[in-house]
Design a protein around this ligand. Structure first.
Ligand code: NAD
Length: 510
């Protein structure tokens, strides 16, 4: 049964029905925005954006703080809706969809003004005697925000807060699988005092997202899969608009032979099962040296067997949010089993529950011939591969088309940092699951197929700006160059030789 399906409508409208993965019952319908709807929304946003941008940082911060108040006041409503819409556990809904946005929005409300304040300085070199440069962080205008279903509130509100703080208007196309969370975000934004048309939600599927890119917006902030990211990147290239692409991952965990095994096993379990494994930085591959392999696997199996799965939302591992993802998880498991993978826990869809549930699963005897080790599974599966030593673990970790995040476990923190630096990924954690996205100071972005550009922190929020340098000549008389004469050219040559021909002076000058 499809959780997301188009249903017949009386006119040309494209109407979709959404079912909860917990109960398989309908939770509502929505109508997809058309190309015309998108154009009208962008037009309205453009008209409203100037007044928003002309508000002071303090006034924009106040709206963000009010948005944090909304999150706190309406947390029960958010949790209830997100659990119904996605099937994630209550604990994960609070952590990911309430707590994380509170932290992120607070960060930009407090530090946004510092990140975006105009800076004036004297340039380096000879220019310093006559020029002053001021860098202004100007809003881009109207930002198109396209988001996925695994963190419907968090992955919308974090880029939204940054784009708004920078003075932009935002048109948001949420995932077709989680449309109602976006409606709630819009309600909270209005209640927080955000002016009309500065944040608009347009429901729809890929066609609406594609229309948004063609609608004349000034940037696309995209979070989603690699396959869609390629299309979005190509369309933005055609339209010559900037884009950040936050894409999928296949994060590796390296367990060093000196690791605290209880702690590392707990890390594997949390890293792989958090959010039903629908976590872009979820641990998808675990590499363990043979010297500690048996006791490590034993601990992981033991911890996994103790986890609960139920439709109440109060259990440890929630539902699979979308039937399409269930197909991918089942395909990867089938492929792994056919090629010799050994299932120690779980491994088959949990049919004892009426909704879409896959049990927490542990698989060993895996290798790179299997999709489970090479393509993003995005499900509650721990895949453990025995390796000779840490060097082999590192080589396998880096032998991937993806490069989002990863983690290293050792009691020797310096060794951990050395291995972390050699991981070809956007970020790495030592002795923790990947938490980079939750630390606003850490620029978050993938390498290889995992993305282009950064979200979060100073570099992230400045990505919603055009950096506009204004250069003022402060000298008393004109700096004219004409007429060119042999004498003026000789003067230039002398200056070149004196400054850049001198090893000390050239360092002083730049
Ligand atoms: P998806 O790529 O299928 O969809 C993402 C969004 O793009 C949806 O809103 C969808 O409607 C829209 N879309 C689809 N086709 C489009 C097109 N041609 N033009 C414009 N928009 C289009 O991804 P998903 O299945 O919703 O999300 C899961 C993926 O997101 C996973 O790969 C996961 O790793 C990734 N993800 C990445 C991060 C990160 O920060 N790197 C965070 C969360 C999720």
């Amino acid at each position: 049964m499809a959780l997301f399906a188009e249903i017949p409508s009386d006119d040309d409208a494209r109407v979709f029905d959404i079912k909860s993965p917990v109960t398989l019952e309908s939770i509502g319908q929505f109508e997809a925005a058309t190309e015309d709807d998108v154009r009208v929304a962008v037009d309205r946003a453009r008209k409203a954006q100037g007044a928003w941008a002309s508000r002071s940082f303090k006034a924009r911060s106040e709206v963000l703080w009010a948005l944090v108040d909304q999150l706190v006041e309406r947390q029960d409503e958010i949790v209830e809706l997100v659990v119904k819409e996605t099937g994630k556990t209550i604990q994960e809904a609070i952590t990911m969809e309430v707590m994380a946005p509170c932290m992120q929005i607070s960060h930009y409300a407090k530090y946004g003004p510092r990140y975006l304040k105009s800076v004036t300085k004297r340039p380096a070199g000879v220019m310093r005697f006559s020029k002053k440069v001021t860098l202004h962080y100007q809003p881009l205008g109207v930002v198109g925000l396209i988001t996925p279903w695994n963190g419907p509130v968090a992955l919308a509100m974090n880029p939204l807060a940054q784009a708004l703080m920078a003075g932009n208007a935002v048109i948001h196309k949420p995932s077709e699988v989680t449309p109602f969370s976006a409606v709630l975000v819009q309600e909270m934004a209005e209640a927080a005092g955000l002016p009309k048309d500065i944040y608009q939600v347009l429901q729809g599927d890929g066609a609406t997202g594609a229309a948004l890119i063609e609608s004349g917006v000034d940037k696309i902030s995209f979070t989603g899969s690699v396959a869609t990211g390629r299309k979005v990147g190509a369309a933005c290239g055609r339209n010559l608009i900037p884009v950040t692409l936050e894409l999928g991952g296949k994060d590796a965990m390296i367990v060093c032979s000196d690791a605290d095994l209880d702690r590392a096993a707990d890390g594997a379990v949390r890293g792989s099962f958090f959010n039903t494994g629908h976590y872009c930085c979820g641990t998808e591959r675990v590499y363990v040296p043979e010297s500690i392999y048996e006791p490590f696997v034993e601990r992981v199996v033991d911890m996994t067997k103790r986890l609960t799965q139920a439709t109440t939302g109060a259990s440890d591992v929630g539902a699979v949010f979308w039937d399409k993802q269930m197909d991918i998880i089942e395909d990867h498991m089938r492929d792994a089993k056919e090629k010799g993978g050994r299932v120690l826990v779980g491994g088959e869809r949990n049919r004892s529950l009426s909704g879409y549930y896959f049990p927490p699963t542990v698989v060993t005897d895996v290798d790179n011939t299997m999709e489970l080790m090479t393509r993003e599974t995005f499900g509650p599966v721990i895949a453990i591969q025995k390796v000779r030593d840490e060097e082999e673990a590192l080589a396998l970790a880096n032998d991937s088309d993806y490069g989002l995040s990863g983690n290293v476990w050792t009691q020797d923190l310096e060794r951990g940092a050395r291995i972390a630096e050699r991981m070809v990924t956007g970020s790495v954690s030592v002795n923790d699951i990947s938490v980079t996205y939750g630390i606003p100071e850490a620029p978050f972005g993938g390498v290889k197929e995992s993305g282009v550009g950064y979200v979060n922190g100073e570099i992230g929020i400045r990505g919603y700006c055009h950096i506009h340098p204004v250069i003022v000549d402060t000298s008393k008389k004109a700096q004219g160059g004409y007429p060119y004469t042999e004498e003026s050219a000789a003067g230039m040559r002398r200056m070149l030789k004196t400054v850049f021909g001198n090893k000390i002076l050239r360092k002083l000058f730049v």
